[in-house]
Design a binder for this molecule. Structure first.
Ligand code: SAH
Length: 482
Protein backbone atom coordinates (compact mmCIF):
# COMPACT_ATOMS: atom_id res chain seq x y z
CA UNK A 1 0.00 0.00 0.00
CA UNK A 2 1.26 3.48 -0.79
CA UNK A 3 1.43 5.91 2.08
CA UNK A 4 -1.57 8.06 2.72
CA UNK A 5 -2.02 11.60 3.98
CA UNK A 6 -2.62 12.14 7.65
CA UNK A 7 -5.93 13.94 8.19
CA UNK A 8 -5.79 16.80 10.66
CA UNK A 9 -7.81 19.87 11.64
CA UNK A 10 -5.81 22.95 12.59
CA UNK A 11 -6.71 25.52 15.20
CA UNK A 12 -5.36 28.67 13.54
CA UNK A 13 -6.92 31.26 15.83
CA UNK A 14 -4.45 34.12 16.16
CA UNK A 15 -1.66 32.08 14.57
CA UNK A 16 0.42 33.62 11.80
CA UNK A 17 -0.13 32.16 8.34
CA UNK A 18 1.97 33.44 5.49
CA UNK A 19 0.28 33.69 2.11
CA UNK A 20 2.54 34.33 -0.86
CA UNK A 21 0.59 35.85 -3.74
CA UNK A 22 -2.23 38.37 -3.85
CA UNK A 23 -4.44 37.38 -6.77
CA UNK A 24 -7.75 35.59 -7.09
CA UNK A 25 -6.37 32.22 -5.94
CA UNK A 26 -4.84 33.88 -2.88
CA UNK A 27 -8.13 35.66 -2.22
CA UNK A 28 -10.01 32.35 -1.92
CA UNK A 29 -7.42 30.88 0.42
CA UNK A 30 -7.30 34.01 2.58
CA UNK A 31 -11.09 34.01 2.88
CA UNK A 32 -10.99 30.46 4.24
CA UNK A 33 -8.11 31.31 6.59
CA UNK A 34 -9.99 34.33 7.93
CA UNK A 35 -12.99 32.07 8.62
CA UNK A 36 -10.65 30.22 10.97
CA UNK A 37 -9.45 33.51 12.52
CA UNK A 38 -5.88 33.01 11.35
CA UNK A 39 -3.48 35.99 11.51
CA UNK A 40 -2.87 36.26 7.78
CA UNK A 41 0.20 37.94 6.36
CA UNK A 42 0.35 38.45 2.62
CA UNK A 43 3.49 38.89 0.56
CA UNK A 44 2.76 40.17 -2.95
CA UNK A 45 3.64 43.03 -5.26
CA UNK A 46 -0.02 43.69 -6.15
CA UNK A 47 -3.33 42.80 -4.61
CA UNK A 48 -6.74 41.70 -5.82
CA UNK A 49 -9.27 44.42 -4.79
CA UNK A 50 -10.93 42.15 -2.23
CA UNK A 51 -7.57 41.39 -0.64
CA UNK A 52 -6.77 45.09 -0.67
CA UNK A 53 -10.05 45.70 1.16
CA UNK A 54 -9.02 43.27 3.93
CA UNK A 55 -5.69 45.11 4.22
CA UNK A 56 -7.49 48.46 4.39
CA UNK A 57 -9.82 47.12 7.07
CA UNK A 58 -6.83 45.96 9.10
CA UNK A 59 -7.85 42.32 8.92
CA UNK A 60 -4.66 41.12 7.27
CA UNK A 61 -1.08 42.37 7.07
CA UNK A 62 0.63 43.08 3.74
CA UNK A 63 4.23 43.28 2.61
CA UNK A 64 4.44 44.77 -0.91
CA UNK A 65 7.59 42.82 -1.78
CA UNK A 66 8.86 39.72 -3.47
CA UNK A 67 9.04 36.68 -1.22
CA UNK A 68 12.13 36.48 0.95
CA UNK A 69 13.17 33.82 3.38
CA UNK A 70 12.72 35.98 6.47
CA UNK A 71 9.01 36.38 5.70
CA UNK A 72 8.65 32.89 7.15
CA UNK A 73 9.65 34.14 10.59
CA UNK A 74 6.93 33.36 13.08
CA UNK A 75 4.65 31.58 10.61
CA UNK A 76 2.89 28.35 11.61
CA UNK A 77 1.79 27.54 8.10
CA UNK A 78 2.58 28.73 4.60
CA UNK A 79 0.38 29.01 1.54
CA UNK A 80 1.93 29.64 -1.87
CA UNK A 81 -0.69 31.00 -4.24
CA UNK A 82 1.20 32.73 -7.02
CA UNK A 83 0.76 31.80 -10.69
CA UNK A 84 4.51 31.35 -11.07
CA UNK A 85 5.57 27.76 -10.41
CA UNK A 86 9.22 28.78 -9.92
CA UNK A 87 8.22 31.21 -7.16
CA UNK A 88 5.97 28.61 -5.57
CA UNK A 89 8.82 26.09 -5.67
CA UNK A 90 11.18 28.59 -4.02
CA UNK A 91 8.68 29.23 -1.24
CA UNK A 92 8.12 25.49 -0.83
CA UNK A 93 11.84 24.84 -0.50
CA UNK A 94 12.28 27.66 2.00
CA UNK A 95 9.37 26.41 4.08
CA UNK A 96 10.68 22.84 4.00
CA UNK A 97 14.09 24.03 5.18
CA UNK A 98 12.38 25.40 8.28
CA UNK A 99 10.14 22.36 8.78
CA UNK A 100 7.06 24.44 8.07
CA UNK A 101 4.05 22.89 6.41
CA UNK A 102 3.22 24.44 3.07
CA UNK A 103 0.22 24.27 0.81
CA UNK A 104 0.96 25.17 -2.78
CA UNK A 105 -2.41 25.75 -4.34
CA UNK A 106 -3.24 23.15 -6.97
CA UNK A 107 0.20 21.59 -6.77
CA UNK A 108 0.25 18.37 -4.75
CA UNK A 109 3.89 17.70 -5.61
CA UNK A 110 5.14 20.90 -4.03
CA UNK A 111 2.75 20.70 -1.05
CA UNK A 112 3.42 19.10 2.30
CA UNK A 113 -0.12 20.03 3.40
CA UNK A 114 -3.22 19.73 1.28
CA UNK A 115 -6.49 21.52 1.73
CA UNK A 116 -9.46 19.15 1.51
CA UNK A 117 -12.86 19.69 -0.02
CA UNK A 118 -15.07 20.69 2.90
CA UNK A 119 -18.69 20.32 3.84
CA UNK A 120 -19.20 22.99 6.43
CA UNK A 121 -21.89 22.64 9.07
CA UNK A 122 -19.76 24.34 11.70
CA UNK A 123 -18.97 23.22 14.27
CA UNK A 124 -19.39 20.04 12.25
CA UNK A 125 -17.04 19.83 9.28
CA UNK A 126 -16.48 17.02 6.83
CA UNK A 127 -13.23 17.09 4.92
CA UNK A 128 -12.59 15.00 1.82
CA UNK A 129 -9.26 14.32 0.24
CA UNK A 130 -8.21 12.27 -2.74
CA UNK A 131 -4.58 12.89 -1.86
CA UNK A 132 -4.30 15.11 -4.94
CA UNK A 133 -5.07 12.13 -7.18
CA UNK A 134 -8.61 13.04 -8.16
CA UNK A 135 -9.78 16.45 -6.92
CA UNK A 136 -12.80 16.24 -9.23
CA UNK A 137 -13.96 13.06 -7.52
CA UNK A 138 -13.54 14.67 -4.12
CA UNK A 139 -15.60 17.64 -5.25
CA UNK A 140 -18.36 15.41 -6.65
CA UNK A 141 -18.44 13.49 -3.42
CA UNK A 142 -18.70 16.72 -1.51
CA UNK A 143 -21.73 17.74 -3.55
CA UNK A 144 -23.41 14.42 -2.84
CA UNK A 145 -22.76 14.67 0.88
CA UNK A 146 -23.93 18.30 0.90
CA UNK A 147 -27.23 17.19 -0.59
CA UNK A 148 -27.52 14.35 1.90
CA UNK A 149 -26.94 16.24 5.13
CA UNK A 150 -29.91 17.37 7.08
CA UNK A 151 -29.79 21.08 7.88
CA UNK A 152 -30.47 20.38 11.55
CA UNK A 153 -26.93 19.09 11.88
CA UNK A 154 -25.23 22.42 12.43
CA UNK A 155 -27.68 23.75 15.07
CA UNK A 156 -27.78 20.33 16.74
CA UNK A 157 -24.00 20.21 16.97
CA UNK A 158 -23.92 23.74 18.35
CA UNK A 159 -26.60 22.92 20.91
CA UNK A 160 -24.77 19.81 22.04
CA UNK A 161 -21.55 21.74 22.33
CA UNK A 162 -23.22 24.11 24.80
CA UNK A 163 -24.73 21.21 26.73
CA UNK A 164 -21.65 19.07 26.64
CA UNK A 165 -20.69 19.38 30.28
CA UNK A 166 -24.22 18.88 31.56
CA UNK A 167 -24.64 15.78 29.40
CA UNK A 168 -21.31 14.43 30.57
CA UNK A 169 -22.16 14.94 34.19
CA UNK A 170 -25.52 13.25 33.92
CA UNK A 171 -24.27 10.39 31.70
CA UNK A 172 -20.65 9.76 32.67
CA UNK A 173 -20.69 6.27 31.20
CA UNK A 174 -19.52 6.61 27.59
CA UNK A 175 -21.64 3.97 25.82
CA UNK A 176 -24.74 5.19 27.63
CA UNK A 177 -23.95 8.77 26.71
CA UNK A 178 -23.35 7.78 23.11
CA UNK A 179 -26.70 6.03 22.96
CA UNK A 180 -28.36 9.16 24.28
CA UNK A 181 -26.59 11.46 21.82
CA UNK A 182 -27.48 9.24 18.89
CA UNK A 183 -31.11 9.13 19.92
CA UNK A 184 -31.27 12.92 19.52
CA UNK A 185 -30.86 12.82 15.76
CA UNK A 186 -34.32 11.38 15.36
CA UNK A 187 -36.79 12.81 17.78
CA UNK A 188 -38.28 15.88 19.36
CA UNK A 189 -35.03 17.86 19.63
CA UNK A 190 -34.27 17.50 15.92
CA UNK A 191 -37.93 18.16 15.07
CA UNK A 192 -37.92 21.47 16.92
CA UNK A 193 -34.67 22.50 15.21
CA UNK A 194 -36.19 21.67 11.87
CA UNK A 195 -39.08 23.97 12.79
CA UNK A 196 -36.55 26.72 13.51
CA UNK A 197 -37.53 26.76 17.19
CA UNK A 198 -34.18 26.62 18.98
CA UNK A 199 -35.61 27.42 22.43
CA UNK A 200 -38.16 24.63 22.19
CA UNK A 201 -35.37 22.31 21.03
CA UNK A 202 -33.33 23.21 24.07
CA UNK A 203 -36.29 22.53 26.34
CA UNK A 204 -36.76 19.13 24.68
CA UNK A 205 -33.09 18.39 25.22
CA UNK A 206 -33.39 19.22 28.92
CA UNK A 207 -36.42 16.95 29.17
CA UNK A 208 -34.72 14.11 27.30
CA UNK A 209 -31.62 14.36 29.47
CA UNK A 210 -33.75 14.25 32.62
CA UNK A 211 -35.51 11.15 31.39
CA UNK A 212 -32.35 9.47 30.02
CA UNK A 213 -31.71 5.91 31.02
CA UNK A 214 -28.45 6.07 32.95
CA UNK A 215 -28.05 2.37 33.56
CA UNK A 216 -25.39 0.75 31.41
CA UNK A 217 -26.98 -2.00 29.37
CA UNK A 218 -24.77 -4.29 27.41
CA UNK A 219 -25.91 -5.89 24.21
CA UNK A 220 -24.31 -8.41 21.87
CA UNK A 221 -25.08 -8.59 18.17
CA UNK A 222 -23.87 -11.77 16.56
CA UNK A 223 -23.31 -10.55 13.02
CA UNK A 224 -22.54 -12.39 9.79
CA UNK A 225 -19.94 -10.51 7.75
CA UNK A 226 -20.43 -12.44 4.51
CA UNK A 227 -17.56 -13.82 2.44
CA UNK A 228 -15.31 -10.75 2.54
CA UNK A 229 -16.70 -8.42 -0.14
CA UNK A 230 -17.95 -5.30 1.72
CA UNK A 231 -20.75 -5.07 -0.84
CA UNK A 232 -22.12 -8.32 0.51
CA UNK A 233 -22.48 -7.03 4.05
CA UNK A 234 -26.17 -6.46 4.81
CA UNK A 235 -27.42 -2.98 5.62
CA UNK A 236 -28.33 -4.15 9.08
CA UNK A 237 -24.87 -5.55 9.70
CA UNK A 238 -23.38 -2.28 8.49
CA UNK A 239 -25.52 -0.34 10.98
CA UNK A 240 -24.42 -2.58 13.80
CA UNK A 241 -20.79 -2.01 12.82
CA UNK A 242 -21.46 1.72 12.89
CA UNK A 243 -23.01 1.52 16.35
CA UNK A 244 -20.59 -0.86 18.02
CA UNK A 245 -18.35 0.03 20.93
CA UNK A 246 -16.42 -3.20 20.61
CA UNK A 247 -16.06 -5.56 17.64
CA UNK A 248 -14.85 -9.10 18.23
CA UNK A 249 -13.98 -10.39 14.80
CA UNK A 250 -12.65 -13.56 13.28
CA UNK A 251 -9.29 -13.54 11.58
CA UNK A 252 -11.02 -14.33 8.27
CA UNK A 253 -12.92 -11.03 8.18
CA UNK A 254 -10.89 -8.81 5.83
CA UNK A 255 -9.94 -5.18 6.40
CA UNK A 256 -12.33 -3.96 3.72
CA UNK A 257 -15.23 -5.17 5.88
CA UNK A 258 -13.73 -3.92 9.14
CA UNK A 259 -13.38 -0.53 7.47
CA UNK A 260 -17.18 -0.22 7.76
CA UNK A 261 -16.87 -0.05 11.55
CA UNK A 262 -17.07 3.16 13.51
CA UNK A 263 -13.59 4.66 13.64
CA UNK A 264 -13.28 4.64 17.41
CA UNK A 265 -14.76 1.19 17.92
CA UNK A 266 -12.36 -1.16 19.67
CA UNK A 267 -11.41 -3.97 17.27
CA UNK A 268 -10.38 -7.26 18.81
CA UNK A 269 -9.28 -10.16 16.65
CA UNK A 270 -10.27 -13.49 18.12
CA UNK A 271 -7.62 -15.94 17.01
CA UNK A 272 -8.94 -19.42 16.51
CA UNK A 273 -6.21 -21.78 15.42
CA UNK A 274 -7.20 -25.30 14.46
CA UNK A 275 -6.50 -27.65 17.34
CA UNK A 276 -7.06 -24.96 19.98
CA UNK A 277 -10.77 -24.58 19.29
CA UNK A 278 -11.90 -25.02 22.83
CA UNK A 279 -9.77 -22.51 24.66
CA UNK A 280 -10.23 -19.94 21.88
CA UNK A 281 -13.99 -20.29 22.07
CA UNK A 282 -13.92 -19.86 25.86
CA UNK A 283 -11.87 -16.72 25.44
CA UNK A 284 -14.42 -15.34 22.99
CA UNK A 285 -17.22 -16.04 25.44
CA UNK A 286 -15.31 -14.29 28.20
CA UNK A 287 -14.67 -11.25 26.00
CA UNK A 288 -18.33 -10.95 25.04
CA UNK A 289 -19.33 -11.09 28.67
CA UNK A 290 -16.71 -8.67 29.90
CA UNK A 291 -17.70 -5.96 27.42
CA UNK A 292 -21.43 -6.53 27.70
CA UNK A 293 -21.16 -6.27 31.48
CA UNK A 294 -19.41 -2.93 30.99
CA UNK A 295 -22.57 -1.72 29.23
CA UNK A 296 -21.04 -1.74 25.77
CA UNK A 297 -22.58 -2.56 22.45
CA UNK A 298 -20.65 -5.58 21.30
CA UNK A 299 -20.60 -6.90 17.77
CA UNK A 300 -19.41 -10.45 17.43
CA UNK A 301 -18.47 -10.42 13.76
CA UNK A 302 -18.15 -13.77 12.03
CA UNK A 303 -17.24 -14.73 8.48
CA UNK A 304 -20.19 -15.74 6.31
CA UNK A 305 -23.25 -16.54 8.40
CA UNK A 306 -22.96 -17.03 12.16
CA UNK A 307 -25.17 -20.11 12.14
CA UNK A 308 -23.45 -21.98 9.34
CA UNK A 309 -20.41 -23.77 10.78
CA UNK A 310 -19.75 -20.64 12.78
CA UNK A 311 -20.39 -21.75 16.36
CA UNK A 312 -22.94 -18.98 16.64
CA UNK A 313 -25.22 -21.39 18.44
CA UNK A 314 -22.74 -21.96 21.24
CA UNK A 315 -22.25 -18.23 21.65
CA UNK A 316 -26.00 -17.71 21.96
CA UNK A 317 -26.28 -20.47 24.53
CA UNK A 318 -23.55 -18.80 26.53
CA UNK A 319 -25.20 -15.36 26.35
CA UNK A 320 -28.57 -16.81 27.30
CA UNK A 321 -27.02 -18.64 30.25
CA UNK A 322 -25.47 -15.40 31.50
CA UNK A 323 -28.53 -13.23 31.00
CA UNK A 324 -26.96 -11.02 28.33
CA UNK A 325 -29.30 -9.54 25.69
CA UNK A 326 -28.52 -10.51 22.13
CA UNK A 327 -29.63 -10.59 18.54
CA UNK A 328 -28.43 -12.37 15.41
CA UNK A 329 -27.86 -10.68 12.06
CA UNK A 330 -27.49 -13.26 9.30
CA UNK A 331 -24.81 -13.05 6.65
CA UNK A 332 -24.19 -14.50 3.23
CA UNK A 333 -22.60 -17.84 3.85
CA UNK A 334 -19.59 -19.01 1.85
CA UNK A 335 -21.61 -21.62 -0.08
CA UNK A 336 -23.99 -19.00 -1.45
CA UNK A 337 -21.25 -16.48 -2.17
CA UNK A 338 -18.94 -19.02 -3.84
CA UNK A 339 -21.73 -20.55 -5.89
CA UNK A 340 -22.86 -17.14 -7.13
CA UNK A 341 -19.35 -15.98 -7.98
CA UNK A 342 -18.38 -19.22 -9.67
CA UNK A 343 -21.52 -19.40 -11.83
CA UNK A 344 -22.62 -22.63 -10.14
CA UNK A 345 -26.35 -22.67 -9.41
CA UNK A 346 -26.69 -24.79 -6.28
CA UNK A 347 -29.94 -26.25 -7.55
CA UNK A 348 -31.00 -26.59 -11.15
CA UNK A 349 -34.09 -28.23 -12.59
CA UNK A 350 -31.99 -30.46 -14.82
CA UNK A 351 -29.08 -31.25 -12.52
CA UNK A 352 -29.77 -30.98 -8.79
CA UNK A 353 -32.92 -31.08 -6.71
CA UNK A 354 -31.24 -30.60 -3.36
CA UNK A 355 -28.17 -29.10 -1.77
CA UNK A 356 -26.35 -30.01 1.40
CA UNK A 357 -23.99 -27.84 3.42
CA UNK A 358 -21.33 -30.09 4.88
CA UNK A 359 -18.24 -29.46 6.93
CA UNK A 360 -15.16 -31.58 6.62
CA UNK A 361 -12.58 -29.67 8.59
CA UNK A 362 -11.05 -32.61 10.37
CA UNK A 363 -11.13 -36.39 10.41
CA UNK A 364 -13.66 -36.43 13.24
CA UNK A 365 -16.13 -34.40 11.20
CA UNK A 366 -15.65 -36.76 8.24
CA UNK A 367 -16.43 -39.80 10.37
CA UNK A 368 -19.78 -38.51 11.57
CA UNK A 369 -21.17 -37.81 8.10
CA UNK A 370 -23.86 -39.93 6.46
CA UNK A 371 -21.88 -40.96 3.38
CA UNK A 372 -24.71 -42.97 1.89
CA UNK A 373 -26.83 -39.84 1.73
CA UNK A 374 -23.97 -37.61 0.61
CA UNK A 375 -23.15 -39.87 -2.32
CA UNK A 376 -26.57 -39.51 -3.91
CA UNK A 377 -26.83 -38.26 -7.46
CA UNK A 378 -28.46 -35.03 -8.61
CA UNK A 379 -27.52 -33.41 -5.37
CA UNK A 380 -25.05 -30.62 -4.72
CA UNK A 381 -22.60 -30.75 -1.85
CA UNK A 382 -21.20 -27.49 -0.56
CA UNK A 383 -18.25 -28.59 1.53
CA UNK A 384 -16.70 -26.15 3.99
CA UNK A 385 -13.27 -27.52 4.59
CA UNK A 386 -9.61 -27.39 5.06
CA UNK A 387 -7.97 -28.39 1.80
CA UNK A 388 -6.25 -31.30 3.53
CA UNK A 389 -9.41 -33.43 3.70
CA UNK A 390 -9.98 -33.74 -0.04
CA UNK A 391 -8.44 -37.20 -0.50
CA UNK A 392 -10.54 -38.77 2.28
CA UNK A 393 -13.64 -37.10 0.90
CA UNK A 394 -13.04 -38.46 -2.58
CA UNK A 395 -12.43 -41.99 -1.29
CA UNK A 396 -15.56 -42.16 0.79
CA UNK A 397 -17.87 -40.64 -1.79
CA UNK A 398 -16.67 -43.04 -4.48
CA UNK A 399 -16.84 -45.97 -2.05
CA UNK A 400 -20.47 -45.09 -1.38
CA UNK A 401 -21.35 -44.94 -5.05
CA UNK A 402 -20.84 -41.35 -6.26
CA UNK A 403 -19.59 -41.52 -9.87
CA UNK A 404 -15.86 -40.72 -10.22
CA UNK A 405 -16.83 -38.46 -13.14
CA UNK A 406 -18.95 -36.18 -10.94
CA UNK A 407 -17.85 -32.62 -11.61
CA UNK A 408 -16.51 -30.32 -8.92
CA UNK A 409 -15.69 -26.64 -8.63
CA UNK A 410 -13.23 -25.75 -5.91
CA UNK A 411 -13.52 -22.05 -5.08
CA UNK A 412 -10.62 -20.36 -3.33
CA UNK A 413 -11.13 -16.85 -1.86
CA UNK A 414 -14.67 -16.84 -3.22
CA UNK A 415 -16.22 -13.42 -3.97
CA UNK A 416 -12.89 -11.70 -3.36
CA UNK A 417 -10.72 -10.00 -5.97
CA UNK A 418 -8.24 -12.90 -5.88
CA UNK A 419 -10.87 -15.62 -6.35
CA UNK A 420 -9.69 -18.78 -8.12
CA UNK A 421 -11.84 -21.63 -9.39
CA UNK A 422 -10.43 -25.07 -10.08
CA UNK A 423 -12.68 -27.41 -12.09
CA UNK A 424 -12.42 -31.14 -12.51
CA UNK A 425 -14.05 -34.42 -11.60
CA UNK A 426 -14.24 -36.27 -8.30
CA UNK A 427 -11.67 -38.86 -9.43
CA UNK A 428 -8.87 -36.32 -9.67
CA UNK A 429 -10.05 -33.85 -7.01
CA UNK A 430 -7.07 -34.05 -4.62
CA UNK A 431 -4.55 -34.11 -7.46
CA UNK A 432 -6.03 -31.01 -9.11
CA UNK A 433 -6.19 -29.12 -5.83
CA UNK A 434 -2.55 -29.97 -5.23
CA UNK A 435 -1.53 -29.07 -8.78
CA UNK A 436 -2.97 -25.59 -8.36
CA UNK A 437 -1.84 -25.24 -4.72
CA UNK A 438 -5.35 -24.36 -3.55
CA UNK A 439 -5.23 -22.63 -0.16
CA UNK A 440 -7.71 -21.95 2.60
CA UNK A 441 -10.29 -20.45 2.58
CA UNK A 442 -11.69 -22.67 -0.12
CA UNK A 443 -15.09 -24.21 -0.61
CA UNK A 444 -15.87 -27.31 -2.61
CA UNK A 445 -18.97 -27.47 -4.76
CA UNK A 446 -19.51 -31.03 -5.87
CA UNK A 447 -22.28 -32.30 -8.12
CA UNK A 448 -23.63 -32.16 -11.61
CA UNK A 449 -24.13 -28.38 -11.40
CA UNK A 450 -20.41 -27.74 -10.89
CA UNK A 451 -19.74 -28.35 -14.59
CA UNK A 452 -21.83 -25.27 -15.42
CA UNK A 453 -19.07 -23.02 -14.06
CA UNK A 454 -17.11 -23.59 -17.26
CA UNK A 455 -19.78 -21.65 -19.17
CA UNK A 456 -21.47 -19.52 -16.56
CA UNK A 457 -18.50 -18.13 -14.59
CA UNK A 458 -18.37 -14.35 -14.76
CA UNK A 459 -16.27 -13.14 -11.84
CA UNK A 460 -12.51 -12.85 -11.54
CA UNK A 461 -10.01 -15.14 -13.21
CA UNK A 462 -11.22 -17.79 -15.66
CA UNK A 463 -11.66 -21.23 -14.09
CA UNK A 464 -8.59 -23.43 -14.13
CA UNK A 465 -9.33 -26.64 -15.99
CA UNK A 466 -12.30 -25.26 -17.92
CA UNK A 467 -12.72 -27.16 -21.20
CA UNK A 468 -11.35 -24.37 -23.45
CA UNK A 469 -8.19 -24.13 -21.35
CA UNK A 470 -7.91 -27.83 -20.58
CA UNK A 471 -4.66 -29.72 -20.66
CA UNK A 472 -4.69 -33.18 -22.35
CA UNK A 473 -5.05 -35.02 -19.01
CA UNK A 474 -8.29 -33.15 -18.34
CA UNK A 475 -10.24 -35.51 -20.56
CA UNK A 476 -12.66 -36.55 -17.85
CA UNK A 477 -13.65 -33.00 -17.02
CA UNK A 478 -14.12 -32.18 -20.67
CA UNK A 479 -16.24 -35.19 -21.33
CA UNK A 480 -18.50 -34.39 -18.47
CA UNK A 481 -18.86 -30.71 -19.16
CA UNK A 482 -19.74 -31.38 -22.79
N1 SAH B 1 -19.65 -19.20 9.01
C1 SAH B 1 -18.90 -19.27 7.77
C2 SAH B 1 -18.11 -20.56 7.64
C3 SAH B 1 -17.04 -20.73 8.65
S1 SAH B 1 -16.10 -22.20 8.40
C4 SAH B 1 -19.84 -19.08 6.58
O1 SAH B 1 -21.05 -19.07 6.77
O2 SAH B 1 -19.35 -18.91 5.46
C5 SAH B 1 -14.76 -21.59 7.42
C6 SAH B 1 -14.82 -22.20 6.03
O3 SAH B 1 -15.73 -21.45 5.22
C7 SAH B 1 -13.52 -22.14 5.29
O4 SAH B 1 -12.68 -23.20 5.63
C8 SAH B 1 -13.98 -22.26 3.86
O5 SAH B 1 -14.30 -23.58 3.51
C9 SAH B 1 -15.27 -21.49 3.89
N2 SAH B 1 -15.10 -20.10 3.43
C10 SAH B 1 -15.27 -18.98 4.14
N3 SAH B 1 -15.07 -17.89 3.38
C11 SAH B 1 -14.75 -18.33 2.15
C12 SAH B 1 -14.42 -17.71 0.92
N4 SAH B 1 -14.37 -16.38 0.78
N5 SAH B 1 -14.15 -18.50 -0.15
C13 SAH B 1 -14.19 -19.84 -0.04
N6 SAH B 1 -14.49 -20.47 1.09
C14 SAH B 1 -14.77 -19.75 2.17
Amino acid sequence: MTSRLFPLFLDLRGRAVLVVGGGEVARRKIAALLDSDAAVQVVARALHPAVQAWVDAGRIAWRARDFADEHLDGAWLVVAATDDRAVNATVAAAAAARHLYINVVDDADLSSAQVPAVIDRSPLQIAISSGGAAPVLARQLRERIEAMLDDTLAPLAALLQRWRERIRTRLPHLPTRRRFLESLQHGAVADRLRQQRPDAAEAELARALDAADTAPRGFVSIVGAGPGDPGLVTLKAQRRLQDADVILHDRLVPRAVLALARRDAELIETGKQAGHHHTAQDAIHALMREHADAGKRVVRLKGGDPFVFGRGGEELEYLRAHGIDYEVVPGITAALACAAHAGVPLTHRDHAQSVRFVTAHCKASLDTLDWQALAQERQTLAVYMGVAGLAALRERLIAHGRAPGTPFALVENGARPDQRIVLGTLADLPARARAHAVQSPALLLLGEVAALAADLHWFGAAPLGAPQAAAPDDGAAMAHAA
